[in-house]
Design a protein around this ligand. Structure first.
Ligand code: ATP
Length: 244
C-alpha cells in the first residue's frame, strides 16, 4: 500500500487548471498501452458533446480504459485529448461533508432537494445521526447502491457540465437505476454525459452510442443505426436483453 501511496503521479504537475465551458470532449489519434507494448486503445478519434453518450463493446474492449485516460489516471502514449475530468469518490467523513464537497456554498434545503432527487433522502433521514452520520472506513458501511445514489446527489449539487458514469458490472438495484435514468434524462440537454454501458441498461435513452471492439472505435450512431449495421452490436444487445 505504501508503494502505491508513495508513487509519483505520471501526469505532470503545473498543468493549468482548466475551466470546462461547453463540455465538448475530443480524442485525437489517441493510442494507449498499460505496459508500453500492447496497445489497448488504438488510434481513437472521437468527439463527444452534449447529450447522453453510451460507450459499448465486448468485455475487455477498452471502455473503462477510455475513461481512465479521460480522467487522466494515465497519460496516452500517442495523441491528445482536449478536456479534463473530475473524480467523484466518497471519502471518510459525514454524509453532509461528502455532499458539501461538491458545492461548499449549498444550503441544507438545496442539499435535501438533491438527496430527494437522488432517492437517498429517506435513507439519510432514517439514520440516527441523519446528515451527520459518518461513512467510510471509520463510519457506517453503506451499500453499493447507497454510494451510487450519494454520488448522484453530489453530481446534482455540483451541477458540472460533464458527467461520467461507469455503469456497474453488477446488478444495480432498481431504486438506483431509476434515480440515474431520471437524472440523465433531466440533464441531457444541459450536460455532456458519458455512460460506460457494461450492461446496456442505459442504451435505450442514449442519444449517441460509441461501439468499441479490441481497442478501436468501430461504429457510432443511434441504437437503430448500430443494430441494423453491426452484427457485433446486435449480438451484444440481444444477449444482454435475454439475460435481463
Ligand atoms: P469490461 O466491460 O469487461 O469492464 P472494458 O471494455 O471496460 O471491459 P478495459 O477494462 O478498458 O475493458 O480493458 C481493456 C484491456 O486492457 C483488457 O485487455 C484489460 O485486460 C487491459 N487492462 C485494463 N486495466 C489494466 C491495467 N491496469 N493494467 C494492465 N492491463 C489492463
Amino acid at each position: 500500500m505504501y508503494e502505491i501511496l508513495d508513487k509519483k503521479p505520471k501526469i505532470k504537475d503545473g498543468d493549468k487548471e482548466f475551466k470546462i465551458k461547453d463540455g465538448l470532449i475530443e480524442f485525437k489519434n489517441v493510442s494507449f498501452s498499460y505496459n508500453g507494448s500492447d496497445y489497448v486503445l488504438k488510434d481513437i478519434n472521437l468527439k463527444i458533446g452534449r447529450g447522453i453518450n453510451a460507450i459499448v463493446g465486448p468485455s475487455g474492449a477498452g471502455k473503462s480504459t477510455l475513461i481512465n485516460i479521460l480522467l487522466r489516471f494515465y497519460e496516452p502514449q500517442k495523441g491528445e485529448i482536449f478536456i479534463d475530468g473530475e473524480d467523484i469518490f466518497l471519502f471518510s467523513d459525514t454524509i453532509l461533508e461528502n455532499l458539501k464537497f461538491a458545492n461548499p456554498s449549498a444550503n441544507i434545503d438545496e442539499i435535501r432537494i438533491a438527496c430527494e432527487k437522488a432517492k437517498i433522502l429517506d435513507f439519510i433521514e432514517g439514520l440516527p445521526d441523519k446528515f451527520n452520520t459518518k461513512i467510510g472506513e471509520r463510519g457506517l458501511k453503506i451499500s453499493g447502491g447507497e454510494r451510487q445514489r450519494l454520488s448522484i446527489a453530489r453530481a446534482i449539487l455540483k451541477d458540472a457540465p460533464i458527467l461520467i458514469l461507469d455503469e456497474a458490472t453488477s446488478q444495480l438495484d432498481s431504486l438506483t437505476e431509476n434515480a440515474i435514468k431520471e437524472f440523465l434524462l433531466e440533464n441531457e440537454n444541459k450536460k455532456t454525459i458519458i455512460v460506460i454501458a457494461h450492461r446496456l441498461s442505459t442504451i435505450n435513452i442514449a442519444d449517441k452510442i460509441i461501439l468499441i471492439e479490441d481497442g478501436k472505435i468501430i461504429g457510432e450512431g443511434t441504437h437503430k443505426e448500430l443494430y441494423e449495421n453491426y452484427e457485433i452490436y446486435k449480438e451484444l444487445y440481444n444477449s444482454q436483453f435475454i439475460k435481463v
